[in-house]
Design a protein around this ligand. Structure first.
Ligand code: TRP
Length: 368
């Protein structure tokens, strides 16, 4: 029996923050040793909203940061295959092969796409952005992932991958595993400004790579209960971002319970609640800081993991494309034509070359 596979990953658009951690990183770390785990650096997905030469030139550095953040957070290199999406052209090929299995209205109903267009300041939906979930399905099906841990925004994309897999298997025979969504335990983490989810663009993020001082500064400025203007006033815990973070990151449950009690009773100041939160977040991030320093010290390791991982992932995706082309009957189409071409005599040969040589020249890995 082979180990089940997992795929997850991110676009290389910036450093990972606490929102990424609760959204999918925590699940990745928890599960990655029990799966063959693949982690995509989805630079083709990045192109759907950022495609200038400068955006693309920044990818290598951002990819390195992202993998370093993941390793610091707890993914073990010996259990993780990191790969660069754009270095595997067969992913794009799969995307084309599955395009007919999903409708435009179905894609138009995916809420994250409009949200991404809006966030990027794009007025009309680019074709590539509408196809974002199709490309993601190509990633998932290409790796033949059984499990896909993602945050809430990405859950509908995994659903599309499931629909595509089922339709493919129905039309062409059982070929692709139907991937399972692994949902986040926390739906999404609110930003430090309390105005919506944590994101780089909103400038309300605490990064896994922030120093202890940066964490203290960001927490001190956090949005809290605005009604509470004096320390002796009872405050609101429910929906208060400071307490949402205590719940998520403060391992000292007794301290959290006591702080909530005192806050509701008006016997603790916001300063103390925040100082304790900053200390808790730093306790949470300290082991990451240590691991980061270790990985940073072994020069070239991160790049080597990505290059080796990309080669390995590419072999997997190539195998899948071959299986898909066979199942669909595309392989047979060209071999029929090739057999016909073999029968052509010298006078009718288009390029005057030896037919066998010609066939060899154009044949791919699959003997197409
Ligand atoms: N869409 C993911 C994001 O929001 C990145 C991604 C691309 C992905 N392909 C994937 C995630 C496959 C999980 C599986 O950045």
């Amino acid at each position: 029996m082979t180990e089940p596979r997992m795929l997850s990953g991110d676009r290389p658009t910036g450093r990972l923050h606490l929102g990424h951690y609760v959204g999918s990183l925590a699940n990745r770390i928890r599960l990655h040793r029990s799966y063959q785990s693949y982690f995509i650096i989805a630079d083709l997905h990045m192109l759907t909203t950022r495609n200038t030469r400068e955006d693309i030139a920044a990818t290598a550095g951002l990819a390195r940061d992202m993998v370093l953040d993941s390793l610091a957070a707890g993914l073990e290199p010996e259990h993780s295959v990191f790969y660069l999406q754009s270095a595997i052209p067969e992913v794009a090929e799969i995307s084309v092969l599955i395009q007919s299995l999903i409708t435009v209205p179905r894609l138009e109903r995916v809420p994250s796409l409009k949200e991404m267009a809006r966030a990027a300041g794009i007025g009309e939906m680019p074709y590539a952005l509408l196809g974002y979930p199709v490309l993601q399905a190509a990633d998932i099906l290409g790796i033949r992932a059984d499990a896909v841990p993602v945050g809430r925004d990405n859950a509908p994309h995994v659903e599309i991958a499931r629909e595509v897999a089922r339709r493919f298997n129905h039309l062409y025979g059982p070929t692709l595993p139907v991937p399972a969504l692994v949902p986040a335990a926390t739906p999404s983490l609110v930003g430090t400004d309390g105005r919506g989810k944590m994101s780089k663009t909103a400038g309300n993020a605490i990064y896994l790579s922030d120093s202890a001082d940066e964490v203290r500064r960001k927490v001190a400025r956090m949005y809290t209960d605005p009604q509470r203007v004096r320390v002796d006033m009872p405050g609101t815990v429910e929906g208060n971002p400071v307490f949402a973070y205590h719940d998520e990151f403060n391992g000292d449950r007794a301290e959290v319970a006591a702080l909530k009690r005192r806050y509701l009773a008006g016997t603790v100041g916001d300063v103390e609640v925040k100082e304790r939160l900053a200390a808790a977040v730093n306790r949470f991030l300290d082991p990451m800081r240590e691991r980061r320093a270790r990985f940073e010290a072994s020069g070239g390791l991160v790049e080597d993991l990505i290059v080796t991982g990309t080669r390995r992932a590419r072999r997997e995706v190539q195998r899948t494309v071959t299986d898909m082309r066979r199942a669909m009957g595309l392989t047979a189409v060209f071999s029929q034509l090739r057999e016909g071409a073999h029968r052509a005599d010298g006078a009718h040969r288009a390029d005057g070359a030896h037919p066998a040589g010609h066939a060899r020249q154009i044949s791919g890995a699959d003997g197409i």
